[in-house]
Ligand binder design. Structure first.
Ligand code: SAM
Length: 357
């Protein structure tokens, strides 16, 4: 299959001003995290006194399920749970079971997955799989404890994440993807060891260009290791060839090892933005709907869900449906297409942990 035969968008239930359908929904189940990654929730800012959302402001499981159903009615086929760290939300398998029961209008099941730092997978992988979770993506930035500790901000050991990944594999939560954020001068030396390890373990490694989400990480273009450079680095050691996209809107650009030893992915949202195909919506833990990762303005769906003037839940859900459809139809976000270092410094944006990465 070459680029010209990529499956086109089906006639969507709702499309935005650039013709992009609503296909994926990322749901943040909490704004809290047990890591303090320097590029996401630096501990100098997110210390013991930081005011995270009070429980009353976080969507309940029932509210999340109602919102998810509405989005599925508007064309969403893929749900990803995230955060914060989704596994710190108590009883998460209960929510997974509720979401796994949702069917698309054509009766098909959803693609249901989760992004995690892996620290609680040894305990939760089996219950999550039993509840209906299909796959996991685990974030891991290095196999070197000194590098990883410095990046995760809490001295978390590599071995525990690796054990969590093993637990996910044992529970059948594959194919497992590994997200590695690469920062210039910080973990570039981890790129090849991570590539070899992922290959040997049958994991799909995805390099993520360090992004200017939020304002607390002090992002500079100089800190970004461009995807092309990463591909060249891996290719020199283990030859690669480009893989065509499987579907329009696929986030990662994929390469496979020429010897058949698996694949890697590149999420190059800085140097090769993919806004033109972005079909993702996000719901923050407090029920705000975001049409772009790089935006400051969310739409408060929780207020609709909890508005007592609705006669019943079905009426509230219908209002959510109409609001989401109306917002999506006027969506014109293409932040990464137009990003420069200057716009990055000046534009207001919400932090990734708050919106859901
Ligand atoms: N706690 C979970 C985890 O660690 O995967 C889920 C939330 S986390 C915000 C989701 C993903 O975003 C992780 O893979 C993380 O490394 C990535 N991420 C966070 N901040 C980033 C940034 N500034 N640039 C690129 N990726 C980032």
């Amino acid at each position: 299959m070459d680029g010209s035969t990529v499956r086109p968008f089906a006639v969507p239930a709702v499309a935005d001003t650039l013709g992009r359908p609503l296909h994926d929904l990322r749901i943040s189940v909490t704004d809290r995290c047990n890591f303090r990654c320097t590029y996401c929730m630096p501990k100098e800012i997110f210390g013991p006194d930081f005011a995270f959302l009070p429980r009353s402001e976080v969507l309940t499981f029932e509210e999340i399920e109602r919102v998810a159903r509405v989005f599925v009615g508007l064309g969403v086929e893929k749900l990803r749970l995230t955060g914060g760290e989704p596994l710190v939300r108590r009883d998460l398998p209960v929510l997974v079971e509720m979401l796994a029961a949702i069917r698309r209008p054509d009766g098909a099941a959803l693609d249901l997955t989760l992004t995690t730092n892996g620290s609680a997978l040894r305990r939760l992988a089996a219950p999550l799989a039993a509840a209906g979770l299909q796959r996991v993506t685990v974030s891991l930035d290095s196999l070197d404890d000194a590098v990883f500790s410095a990046m995760n901000g809490v001295d978390y050991p590599v071995a525990k994440v690796v054990d969590g990944i093993a637990a996910a594999a044992e529970a059948g939560l594959g194919p497992i993807k590994i997200n590695m954020v690469v920062r210039r001068g910080i973990n570039e030396t981890s790129v090849l060891p991570m590539s070899r390890w992922a290959r040997d373990e049958g994991l799909i490694l995805r390099f993520i260009e360090y992004m200017d989400v939020g304002h607390t990480n002090g992002w500079r273009m100089d800190d970004v290791v461009p995807a092309d450079e990463l591909v060249a680095l891996v290719d020199a050691a283990m030859p690669l060839e480009a893989e065509p996209p499987r579907y329009r809107g696929e986030v990662a650009t994929r390469y496979r090892y020429r010897d058949g030893g698996g694949e890697i992915g590149l999420i190059a949202s800085v140097t090769q933005p993919f806004c033109g195909d972005c079909t993702r919506a996000r719901i923050s833990a407090d029920g705000h709907f975001y049409t772009c990762l790089f935006t400051a303005e969310g739409h408060d769906l929780r207020a609709i869900l909890r508005d007592p003037s609705h006669v019943d839940e079905a009426a509230a859900d219908a209002t959510v449906h109409d609001a989401v459809a109306a917002i999506w139809r006027v969506r014109d976000d293409r932040y990464s297409d137009i990003r420069t270092e200057a716009t990055s410094a000046s534009l207001p944006r919400i932090e990734m942990f708050a919106m859901g990465g």
